[in-house]
Design a protein around this ligand. Structure first.
Ligand SMILES: Cc1cc2nc3c(=O)[nH]c(=O)nc-3n(C[C@H](O)[C@H](O)[C@H](O)COP(=O)(O)OP(=O)(O)OC[C@H]3O[C@@H](n4cnc5c(N)ncnc54)[C@H](O)[C@@H]3O)c2cc1C
Ligand code: SF4
Length: 570
């Protein structure tokens, strides 16, 4: 049996997204400046911390997906002069026009006024995976060790003190038995671990549960389902930003769509278009299928006109934290900090988190730097991260959106009115409520009996299949998703009998609908009835099942390193 290796570092950063990379880059800058100062003045001790960043994707950016319109505020602070940097930042286009469309089934109306939160002049349309690859290059030039294909499986802890990360094992078969290439995941021992795993990070979730770190409200989430299209030039000009409301979602469901004009396609003749739909993971209808709703959205004439004559080139899906300031967990403790989406740094009112993830990474880096200088990695030092956040513009921004998502628990119209109130009164909810409460998203799902009178609605085939609309498998193919087939299932269902017996009757197995990658299927069982089949290799790592399963018996754990999507343009 191969021994589990142990490696020692000062700092382990988990996740190569905007938050993790900003932590790495800013920390490298702070250390460099400190050492120059020491050399110049002869005072103090130089620092040479061993910093490593681990990422579960096969390369930096391969799991990165967003809308995305970038508010440049975060980059302005992280990398002053970034627009002129070499290599050039991968900006698709500067936003030159933005508006909101209210959609009905057969048409739609352009709103005469764009709500302030959705105004984007001065921002940039970007592809997050291109942006993240660029940040990865900068981090590497600054000497950060980046280990892709290294998924953190669990935190090593002594009581409440985080001591590092154990990586996922390689080379186990479906039954968990070692194969010829078996390699136990190494333990990366660290004085400080920065969790920047993104939305519903698997180790962050465990830590928040184990140490009781959850904030005032439980975190609520949404899922975003997205395609990138190549369309004839001019049809959706670069820098056009359109947000949609209404159809195809019902009034009891939070969400909305987007269409963003990106830059030129590789052939120079076409433009790329980012199109997608966000659906709150606190919906009521157990048969709701976010992927299918997105396909329906594209059939609307006001939407399809942007795509006509084009072809879909890329697909992806991901959850995003929507709970706002009051859904954030405690962000620090003994030996750890939590940054970016993992900590809930997302402004759901603006559908923006990249700038906040970058900023939280910077604030985390400043705290790590202070801890390195003091040689103290306990909560007494790491709590300064929270203090920095409270004094920062990122906190002020999150305060303005603190009651946004909660307003939609009473339906779309209530949510919109609440958002209007919050815009006028500094984030306060209806009737001057400073702090609106919410429950965990899955608790809002109703049973088939309650929502559909006991009979599950039949899903009909969508028109224009394969041209404008796609089934889940076609879309998954366009996400480049691959996993080693012979490995333990990374979707751990605690009780599959419950799926066949109770869930089929009570909820109609919603996992088949909410999963945007056709991972969950109920198939005929010998002797009658249904059993759950998990097509784990399709999984795009969106974490929706971990969030929305009504019985909370699905646990998403990291598969072998390198498995998952291979996103392009997303
Ligand atoms: C559909 C959608 C649309 C959005 N639109 C916008 C927008 O228009 N503008 C905007 O500003 N923001 C937008 N956001 C939000 C924005 O993308 C996020 O806030 C931002 O990406 C968060 O950055 P992060 O670094 O915290 O997390 P992520 O970008 O999710 O990065 C986390 C990284 O950690 C890795 N990872 C996770 N777990 C592990 C592990 N255990 N071990 C190793 N690696 C791990 C992941 O593979 C990933 O690469 C959108 C999000 C979505 C999903
Ligand atoms: S199995 Fe879960 S995490 Fe994977 S794609 Fe489906 S819903 Fe998302």
């Amino acid at each position: 049996m191969t021994e589990r290796e142990t490696m020692d570092f000062d700092v382990v950063i988990v996740g190569g997204g905007p938050a993790g990379l900003a932590t790495a880059i800013h920390l490298a800058n702070l250390v460099e400046r400190h050492n120059q100062e020491v050399e110049k003045t002869g005072q103090g001790e130089p620092l040479a911390p061993e910093v490593v960043l681990i990422e579960k994707a096969k390369e930096i950016g391969a799991h990165a997906i967003s809308g995305a319109v970038l508010d440049p505020k975060g980059l302005d602070q992280l990398l002053p002069g970034w627009r002129q940097m070499d290599p050039k930042p991968p900006l698709e286009a500067e936003v030159h026009e933005d508006y909101v469309l209210w959609l009905t089934e057969t048409g739609g109306l352009r709103l005469p006024v764009t709500p302030p939160a959705l105004r984007n002049h001065g921002n940039h349309v970007v592809s997050l995976n291109r942006l993240v690859r660029w940040l990865g290059q900068i981090a590497e030039v600054k000497g950060i060790q980046i280990f892709p294909e290294f998924p953190g499986a669990r935190l090593t802890r002594q009581g409440s003190v985080v001591q590092g990360v154990q990586l996922a094992d390689m080379g186990l078969d479906k039954q968990g038995q070692p194969k010829s290439n078996h390699q136990p995941g190494a333990i990366l021992r660290a004085k400080l671990t920065v969790l920047a795993e993104g939305s519903r990070g698997s180790m962050t979730k465990q830590l928040v549960q184990d140490l009781g770190l959850q904030g005032r409200n439980p975190m609520v989430y949404a899922i975003g389902v997205k395609e990138v299209w190549e369309v004839p030039a001019g049809q959706c000009p670069p820098g056009l930003v359109v947000h949609t409301m209404g159809y195809p979602l019902k009034g009891d469901t939070f969400g909305g769509g987007w269409i963003y004009g990106m830059g030129k396609a590789e052939d120079g003749q076409h433009n790329l278009v980012s199109i997608g739909l966000v659906v709150g993971l606190d919906y009521r209808d157990p048969a709701l299928d976010p992927h299918r709703q997105f396909q329906r959205m594209k059939l609307n004439p006001k939407v399809r006109r942007f795509l006509e004559g084009g072809r879909m080139v890329s697909y992806g899906a991901k959850s995003l934290p929507e709970g706002g300031l009051y859904g954030m967990p405690r962000l620090y403790g003994d030996g750890f900090l939590i940054a970016g989406d993992a900590g809930g740094f997302m402004n759901s009112m603006r559908l923006k988190g990249i700038h906040l993830a970058l900023r939280s990474g910077m604030l985390a880096a400043e705290t790590v730097f202070e801890a390195l200088k003091k040689g103290d990695f306990s909560a007494a030092t790491t709590k300064a991260y929270d203090e920095r956040f409270r004094a920062d513009w990122s906190h002020a921004e999150m305060r303005t959106a603190r009651n946004f998502h909660q307003g939609f628990h009473k339906g779309l119209l209530h949510g919109l009115a609440n958002a209007g109130f919050a815009t006028l009164f500094g984030g306060r909810g209806f009737l001057w409520q400073d702090e609106m409460v919410s429950k965990a998203g899955h608790t809002y799902m109703q049973t088939l009996a309650a929502y559909h009178g006991g009979t599950k609605p039949k899903a009909e085939k969508l028109p224009e299949d394969g041209k404008l609309t796609f089934d889940k498998l076609t879309d998954v193919y366009s996400s480049g998703t691959k996993h080693e087939e012979d490995q333990p299932c990374h979707l751990v269902v605690a009780d599959t009998d419950l799926c066949s017996n109770r869930c089929t009757v009570e909820y109609g197995n919603p996992c088949q609908h909410f999963c945007p990658a056709a991972v969950y299927e109920m198939v005929a069982k010998d002797g009658g009835g249904l059993k759950l089949q998990i097509n784990a290799s399709n999984c795009v790592h969106c974490k929706t099942c971990d969030i929305m399963d009504p019985y909370q018996i699905i646990n998403w754990v990291t598969p072998e390193g390198g498995g998952g999507p291979s996103y392009q343009y997303l």
